[in-house]
Design a protein around this ligand. Structure first.
Ligand SMILES: Cc1cc2nc3c(=O)[nH]c(=O)nc-3n(C[C@H](O)[C@H](O)[C@H](O)COP(=O)(O)OP(=O)(O)OC[C@H]3O[C@@H](n4cnc5c(N)ncnc54)[C@H](O)[C@@H]3O)c2cc1C
Length: 392
């Protein structure tokens, strides 16, 4: 059988592309080297921040409006609550980039956000202990989405629309002769398709390394550590942090990167309490196949110490669970959503999550499905999609 498209990788982005293509009536095959959702890539840990005012670039805002609507629609259709609007408090030291960029984006798009000093924020959210002069922005409707549940819902939607899914199946390589793509699996079998979408997350850089067009983006997988912190006596960690009243937060504290925290509810499949990490670009390159997936006590105490300076209850908290995860970084922090190469026009690439792509997955699924149906929407060169939407 010849497929209209093969989707390589069924994580956050690939599962969305599979659902979008299948519901458009395309004959699609989705493959993944593991059995998604899983904890080996970039889409696990129970939660991902979603926000509308975007400090990375104001051009993302129209995509984000669509993303919020899409998550609401997917929640209704799947019967699973995929988005939690907890509010978001972000910013930090005087002149910090997060507040500056967030306010610029809010102003440009007429978004409702509030500017707060550290003093205001600590009064309003007593869980925090922030320096009085900090400059922060509060976005009421922001919050978090649930990555594993989103992937499950997208895969159910894809299957219901007729997609074929092969898990525990690794793509070894592919070849585009200009008319069709031949995709080869680890067991030696080969399939042919009109298009291939490479949504391989942190494995994509190695798979695409031979293409000069991709080398220009300097795609680099980096190791990230996340912790769940709670109370050592085992009582409800959530209550200890006041997280029912605590927004998601991200603080540029002047120490490199930005510590963040997301309330963790027991029904999300993790310990209840607070999930914390440090959002930081420019880490050392790792290979997802051999990366150290153990979290050392040194890793954990460095994060906990920074969190404890800003969150009162973290001073008495213990680390109750840990995980590692992967960012795939590019030279400029923006995603790569594009045709691979003039020599491989039927191969589309969705990579370089840069630690901020999950909130966009329903939109990226649509953009790539459109790209499969009408290559001209993607074929005008590197970063064409982002240029078209005004992001770069
Ligand atoms: C700690 C952490 C925090 C983050 N926080 C946020 C946040 O708050 N908000 C936000 O929007 N984003 C956030 N992100 C980023 C977001 O989670 C990622 O952008 C997103 O999950 C990437 O999805 P993906 O589909 O590219 O990768 P993945 O979900 O990892 O999917 C890639 C899939 O490809 C499969 N695969 C790879 N190679 C092959 C092959 N050769 N053959 C077959 N299958 C293959 C893998 O098994 C995997 O399932 C965060 C990321 C991390 C790590």
């Amino acid at each position: 059988m010849q497929w209209d498209a093969v989707i390589l990788g069924l994580g956050g982005i690939g599962s969305s592309v599979l659902a979008e293509t299948a519901t458009r009536g395309l004959r699609v095959l989705g493959v993944d080297r593991f059995d998604p959702p899983h904890a080996m890539g970039s889409s696990h840990g129970g939660s991902r921040v979603i926000r509308l005012a975007y400090f990375e670039h104001e051009g993302y805002v129209p995509l984000l409006r669509e993303a919020f609507e899409s998550f609401d629609r997917l929640s209704r259709d799947s019967g699973v609550s995929l988005i939690h609007r907890t509010g978001l408090l972000q910013g930090g030291i005087e002149g910090n980039e997060i507040s500056r960029g967030t306010l610029a984006s809010a102003q440009r798009h007429g978004l409702r956000v509030e500017s707060l000093t550290g003093r205001d924020a600590s009064r309003r959210f007593p869980a925090f202990d922030l320096p009085d002069a900090w400059e922060l922005v509060y976005e009421h409707d922001a919050g978090f989405v649930r990555p594993e549940e989103t992937i499950r819902a997208q895969l159910r939607r894809a299957r219901a629309a007729g997609a074929t899914i092969r898990t525990n199946t690794e793509v070894i390589d592919f070849e585009d002769d200009g008319r069709k793509v031949r995709v080869r699996f680890a067991d030696g079998s080969v399939v042919e398709a009109g298009a291939l979408v490479v949504a391989g997350g942190a494995w994509a850089p190695k798979l695409l390394a031979q293409y000069a067009s991709m080398r220009a983006f300097n795609l680099t997988p980096t190791r990230q550590v996340i912790l769940w912190i709670g109370r050592s006596d085992g009582t409800d960690g959530l209550a200890a942090f006041g997280t029912s009243a605590m927004p998601v937060w991200l603080f540029e504290d002047g120490e490199g990167g930005a510590p963040y925290g997301i309330p963790a509810f027991a029904e999300m499949g993790s310990p209840s309490g607070l999930k914390v990490g440090v959002h930081q670009h420019g880490g050392d390159a790792v290979d997802p196949a051999s990366m150290n997936r153990e979290v050392s006590s040194r890793d954990a105490s460095a994060i906990l110490a920074r969190v404890a300076r800003r969150v009162r209850a973290a001073r008495e908290a213990t680390v109750v669970s840990t995980a590692t995860c992967l960012y795939t970084e590019s030279h400029d922090g923006h995603f790569v959503i594009d045709a691979l190469d003039p020599l491989a026009p039927n191969v589309l690439v969705a990579t370089a999550c840069n630690g901020h792509a999950f909130k966009f997955v329903p939109v990226l699924g649509k953009v790539l499905a459109e790209g499969i149906q009408d290559r001209s929407s993607l074929l005008s060169g590197p970063t064409a999609f982002l240029r078209k939407t005004g992001v770069v």
